[in-house]
Design a protein around this ligand. Structure first.
Ligand code: ADP
Length: 192
């Protein structure tokens, strides 16, 4: 299987690739954070390790000012990218999977939407996402991939200010799941 897929929605290119989110040179990369914004495992740990202490400093300021009780699930905030190639990190918090009847789909869609909105409101042109909630938070990736793709597509149908949205899957098997989902969604059928 090819390890990439791409499609235009209006003026924006969506790319689905296998890779490491911390290596992306988009304007912003998205962090699958937790409400504390104080770092963690998975994507979160990798971003803070590679991006350096400036990211955590800004996260601490956000906790002191805007979100003293932590960032609610589905919301997003933006910090510097520190030493990363990306100039910014957009931190969002996805839902923890608890069987699917606890607002998980809506919260996951909100996490993608809030991040995209924040990119646009900051005048950014390119953004890369990891597969939010499908690691430590346990969201089944088949279901999560449908929400990720559908939410990005619907956002871009109404908003043409972004040049590129990249969905970065850590493993080949996760990439294959996203590609399979993409082919089942009507607008993605002309993917190549
Ligand atoms: P969450 O807590 O939201 O589930 P995780 O970071 O645990 O977030 O995992 C989210 C997804 O990101 C998982 O599919 C995991 O395999 C993947 N992942 C882990 N490290 C990286 C990385 N460096 N780049 C891209 N994806 C990664």
């Amino acid at each position: 299987m090819f390890n990439m897929m791409e499609l235009m929605i209006g003026k924006t290119k969506i790319r689905i690739v296998q890779g490491d989110i911390t290596e992306q040179n988009t304007d912003a990369i998205v962090n699958a954070a937790n409400p504390s914004l104080m770092g963690g495992g998975g994507v979160d740990g990798a971003i803070h390790r590679k991006g350096g202490p400036k990211i955590l400093d800004e996260c601490k300021k956000i906790r002191e000012t805007k979100w003293p009780n932590g960032l609610p699930r589905g919301n997003a905030v933006i910090t510097t990218g520190g030493n990363l190639k990306a100039r910014y990190v957009i931190h969002t918090v996805g839902p923890i999977w608890r069987g699917g009847k606890h607002r998980e789909p809506g919260l996951l869609a909100e996490a993608y939407k809030s991040s995209l909105k924040l990119a646009v409101s900051n005048g950014l042109k390119t953004i890369a996402f990891p597969s939010i909630s499908t690691g430590a938070y346990g969201y089944p990736i088949e279901e999560a991939s449908k929400i990720a793709l559908k939410t990005v597509k619907e956002f871009l149908e109404k908003e043409d200010k972004l040049d590129e949205v990249v969905l970065v899957l850590f493993t080949q098997s996760d990439l294959d799941i996203y590609k399979k989902t993409a082919k089942t969604l009507e607008t993605f059928k002309n993917f190549h």
